[in-house]
Design a protein around this ligand. Structure first.
Ligand code: ZN
Length: 279
């Protein structure tokens, strides 16, 4: 499961200096060397000769300052030096080390928030960077906006030695995962777990238990994962949300989500617990 290193310190006030490293984006695409994907040394970024549209300090990790830099939105993604490529963050899963990837996942959310909050949502004039906090403020009506984070729940429902798994309509062929959905205004996360499982599969749950959470910058989710137990109902999936949903025996599981996802961590931990209990 991907998360920023435990000794990573968020920071707003880093100096831009030659020992810093840069997470360089064109919109939501991360720019990386194809030969050696890694956080970009500041000198390498300067030598590329591009003009930044936005620069945000992200934080410090093991004495190194990490800076998010965005090229102008109209910079063609294929206009890169030889041996470099701009591609969606998911493209770099597996080739970029997990620590750099997890800090880049912070960087892209801050850059995207900056890009989409250049003007006040209430009165339309340009916003200003607030001092001392990661916020933008309207100089006229004082509206303050923080980086937007959208909570979503994930639920893995168990029944005996079976797991309830669904296939999203956009999943790769054969892939199943835990159920997931976004929190509604006014709802608790536990209410969201019960509602989403009911809406997507017609199943009632009991005993929701918190497992873990993961920031997921596509574009700004906080995925909050739960296990839950089956209470009642027959599986009937909502075709608008899912291509399929089924109970799977532990001995006959389908293709699972990728390693870095919280879904995979949730499923693996639940299987291990069920096996330990004799399933
Ligand atoms: Zn305003």
């Amino acid at each position: 499961m991907l998360r920023t290193p435990i000794d990573f310190q968020p920071a707003l006030d880093l100096e831009l200096h030659p020992d810093a490293v840069v997470h360089l984006f064109v919109r939501d695409s991360l720019v990386q060397s194809l030969d050696e994907p890694r956080a970009l040394p500041w000198r390498t970024w300067r030598a590329m000769g591009f003009q930044p549209a936005r620069v945000h300090p992200i934080g410090r990790h093991q004495g190194v300052d990490h800076i998010a830099v965005a090229l102008p939105d109209d910079h063609p993604a294929d206009l890169m030096p030889d041996g470099w490529k701009a591609a969606n963050l998911r493209t770099w899963f597996g080739s970029l080390d997990d620590e750099t990837l997890s800090i880049a996942m912070r960087a892209v959310q801050i850059l995207e928030w900056d890009r989409t909050h250049q003007f006040c949502g209430a009165c339309g004039i340009p916003t200003e960077q607030a001092s001392g906090e990661r916020a933008k403020r309207c100089p006229r009506c004082r509206l303050t906006v923080y980086p937007r984070i959208s909570p979503a729940m994930m639920a893995l429902v168990t029944k005996g030695n079976q797991l309830l798994l669904g296939r999203g309509v956009n999943f790769p062929p054969g892939r199943y995962s835990a159920l997931a959905g976004f929190l509604e205004a006014g709802e608790t996360i536990e209410e969201c777990v019960a509602r989403e499982v009911r809406e997507e599969t017609n199943i009632e749950i009991k005993n929701p238990r918190y497992f873990a959470s993961q920031s997921w910058p596509f574009p700004n989710s906080l995925m909050i994962a739960f296990t839950a137990e089956y209470a009642s109902g027959e599986v009937r999936h909502d075709p608008a949300e899912l291509a399929d949903a089924q109970w799977f025996d532990l001995d006959a599981l389908p293709q699972m989500p990728p390693r870095l996802s919280i879904a995979r961590a949730l499923i693996d931990a639940t299987i291990a617990r069920m096996r330990a209990n004799g399933a």
